[in-house]
Design a protein around this ligand. Structure first.
Ligand SMILES: Nc1ncnc2c1ncn2[C@@H]1O[C@H](COP(=O)(O)OP(=O)(O)OP(=O)(O)O)[C@@H](O)[C@H]1O
Length: 414
């Protein structure tokens, strides 16, 4: 895919297909409508974050957002806006009401927001695909909700802990079956299994190294410096171990006969290009290789050559997540203040295995995407430039592709 026309053609295909998916089922005429079951196929949750200390100090509150009830908010213009000044002169104030699946106020705890995601883990373990993505302007609180601070984790680490808690004792550890393309899998030779093991070991080893480095930084009181504080966020497993202790389980049907082979991938979209955050070559500071989209025989979109790593525990998945995030942050720092333009997707793909690995009954996927908000220099860019720079063309492709895959097997949540 190299030209804007290519992007347009594929985007159109995906939109057409998405519409067909919707129309092919009489009970799903439009996205927000109810599915044949009792659940919405697409849910949109709004979280209004509390003011930060700095915002409180600047007297930020202007009552622009008022939460009406658990499903709707009313938005008014900020007092300093042009529209608001007109309304002072009696021209009329614009206030708009928006309705959501659920609205979470500033006092909402991370665990409550996670409550909206937890049913999707049950779905993915019971044979459905799902996609969760955070969306909003820069500084809205997406990353906080998605990842969260170490001592108050967001939906992604919590999802990992509940998922693994639910399949405890039912994990298929052998790496001889690996997900391929979108919904396929391949059987690996002994040599290939060894390669997979080596890759996994290297990524986990890197985590160990950075963790040890982080500990030494902690002790040398580097935390106050920028480098120290950013390293600190890749800290030890301590908080996650605590999280795991309290993780709940979700119900998995037929789990006595099924084993779960779990694989993860982590990629980033920056400036229209897709990068593998688990690509070891990038860790060695080589120029990052951009990945491409591809389609399988059934027209499902997937990221070609994206690395999938088998994980046997929530701890391993979490370490890989942390290591990938480190890679993401280094890339962003290099290009200075553009961090908010990078979108990341952490995916968990699950092979449902029976008869000691002889049969794979299903391949399901849960994808969690943290989309970047509009960038800081919006005033100086026109909309076209911003879209291109934000990588939104690629993002829409990725999200649309994942939406279609999720819709085929049911669930999306936003
Ligand atoms: N629920 C919350 N409780 C307390 N602080 C929060 C909450 N949500 C966000 N914050 C704080 O608000 C600020 C912005 O949050 P965050 O970095 O998650 O925004 P973002 O939407 O990911 O921004 P960007 O698109 O620029 O990456 C941070 O200082 C974060 O700690």
């Amino acid at each position: 895919m190299s030209t804007a026309e290519d992007f347009e053609a594929i985007r159109k295909d995906l939109i057409d297909e998405l519409c067909q998916e919707e129309n092919s089922n009489a009970s799903h005429v439009a996205l927000p409508q109810k599915s044949s079951g009792s659940k919405d196929r697409m849910c949109v949750h709004l979280r209004v974050r509390p003011f930060t200390e700095a915002e409180v100090a600047q007297n930020e509150s202007q009552d622009c957002v008022s939460i009406e009830n658990s499903t709707s908010v009313i938005l008014k213009q900020p007092q300093i806006s042009l529209g608001s000044r007109y309304s002072d002169r009696g021209i009329g104030q614009i206030a708009q009401c928006f309705t959501f699946t659920h609205v979470y106020g500033p006092e909402t705890k991370q665990v409550e927001v996670f409550g909206a995601v937890k049913p999707l883990i049950e779905d993915v373990l019971n044979g459905q695909n799902c996609l969760v993505f955070t969306y909003g302007v820069t500084n809205a609180g997406k990353t906080y909700t998605f990842q969260g601070p170490d001592n108050d984790m967001g939906i992604l680490p919590r999802s990992l802990s509940v998922l693994f808690k639910s399949i405890e004792g039912k994990i298929y550890r052998n790496m001889n079956i690996k997900p391929q393309r979108c919904t396929d899998f391949s059987r690996l030779t002994e040599m290939q299994v060894k390669e997979e093991e080596a890759i996994k070991k290297s990524v986990l080893h890197l985590f160990k190294e950075s963790d040890q480095y982080n500990e030494s930084c902690r002790h040398s009181s580097l935390d106050a410096s920028e480098g120290g504080s950013s390293l600190k966020s890749f800290g030890s497993l301590g908080d996650f171990a605590e999280e795991l202790k309290h993780a709940e389980q979700v119900a998995v049907t037929g789990a006595d006969r099924i084993r779960f082979s779990v694989w993860v991938s982590f990629c980033e979209i920056y400036n229209e290009a897709l990068y593998d955050l688990l690509d070891l070559a990038s860790y060695k500071c080589q120029k990052r290789k951009a990945l491409r989209f591809a389609q399988d025989a059934k027209g499902n979109t997937y990221v070609k050559d994206l690395r999938w790593i088998q994980v046997s525990s929530a701890e391993e998945a979490y370490k890989i997540l942390k290591q990938g995030r480190k890679q993401q942050s280094i890339a962003s720092t290099k290009i200075n203040n553009l961090s908010s333009r990078s979108h990341c997707t952490f995916s968990v793909r699950i092979l449902h295995v029976k008869n000691g690995g002889l049969h794979v009954t299903r391949v399901t996927e849960m994808s969690l995407c943290d989309l970047a908000g509009s960038e800081r220099n919006t005033k100086t860019k026109n909309a076209g430039e911003r879209l291109k720079e934000a990588g939104n063309i690629n993002t829409s492709l990725l999200i649309l592709g994942k939406c279609i895959n999720a819709l085929r097997h049911n669930q999306i949540s936003k």
